[in-house]
Design a protein around this ligand. Structure first.
Ligand SMILES: NC(=O)c1ccc[n+]([C@@H]2O[C@H](COP(=O)([O-])OP(=O)(O)OC[C@H]3O[C@@H](n4cnc5c(N)ncnc54)[C@H](O)[C@@H]3O)[C@@H](O)[C@H]2O)c1
Length: 260
């Protein structure tokens, strides 16, 4: 029987790429959801802040890909806390109540954006959020830790680098932490399929970029992730589209987020 995989935020940049790639892969029964229904794309309405609706939707689900996110990341009291943090809580609570095996959360590199660009940061290193956005990712990653320890729900946090959809990366920094659509899909499939012994894991999600901030080579042995792409393939296209790529690194990995 095919594993049932529910995706939140399926209409968004990351969510839609995962939805159509995972449908194409054919090995899962996909339930694609977002705030608004999109009949043409087979996306059902599901507001992650509606606890009862989330609970209803995740019955019989094996893996939850929690990608949904309300923008305006620095509106801590208006958006981040009441929608994104609360929504993640409802996702984990529903997972606990309905016996979901694993939650894979779209976290972010901004959970550790205050590390300097010449440091090699590992996922186990202390959090250094560069914004309320990054801070909320840290909190939700730890929500996963709590539900893994207390309730046995396997939780994987993918700290996505830069995924601009069908556009090329637009800065020197983005080039280093970019992930292609096929690598993104492959990585999430690896997370769904990762060994049952993995109860909790945070990892950086990028392609095999020249100058990558993160050493992701160990992911091949750990979960079978072998990225195929490198942002350098898109440099020419990026420069044609944006002109010379700006260097927005500062000396810090979070780039411009550290200035917000
Ligand atoms: N794109 C990137 O480069 C990148 C990098 C790091 C992390 N991420 C993370 O990946 C996730 C998706 O990012 P994205 O770029 O696709 O964003 P996006 O804004 O394109 O997609 C987010 C989706 O979530 C939906 N959403 C908003 N409120 C909701 C609610 N209450 N209930 C259900 N769904 C709701 C939106 O309608 C939207 O379709 C986010 O958590 C983001 O922080 C993305």
């Amino acid at each position: 029987m095919k594993k049932k995989v529910l995706i939140t935020g399926a209409s968004g940049t990351v969510g839609w790429s995962l939805t159509h790639r995972l449908r194409e892969a054919g090995q899962y029964e996909i339930i694609a959801t977002d705030l608004e229904e999109d009949e043409a794309r087979g996306i059902q309405a599901l507001d992650m802040t509606d606890a009862a609706a989330v609970r209803e939707a995740v019955r019989q689900v094996d893996t939850l890909l929690h990608i949904g996110w309300a923008e305006d990341n620095e509106d801590f009291l208006g958006k981040v806390l009441p929608i994104n943090v609360t929504g993640a809580y409802h996702i984990y609570e529903a997972a606990r109540e309905c016996g979901v095996r694993r939650v894979v959360f779209a976290s972010s590199n901004h959970a550790t954006g205050y590390y300097s660009t010449d440091e090699q940061v590992e996922p186990e290193d202390p959090y250094r959020p560069d914004s309320f956005y990054g801070l909320s990712k840290c909190y939700i990653e730890l929500l996963g830790r709590l539900y893994a320890d207390k309730h046995g729900i396997s939780s994987i946090n993918v700290r996505i680098g830069n995924y601009p959809g069908d556009r090329p990366p637009d800065s020197q920094r983005a080039m280093k932490i970019w992930i292609s659509e096929r690598d993104l899909a492959a990585l999430f499939i690896c997370c769904i399929e990762a060994d049952a012994s993995i109860d909790f894991l945070s990892l950086y999600g990028t392609s095999a970029n020249a100058g990558n901030y993160y050493d992701i080579g160990y992911l091949k042995d750990l979960i079978g992730y072998e990225p195929q792409d490198d942002a350098e393939q898109l440099r020419h296209q990026a420069e044609q589209q944006y002109g010379e790529l700006k260097d927005d690194e500062l000396p810090l990995q979070g780039g411009g987020f550290t200035r917000r």
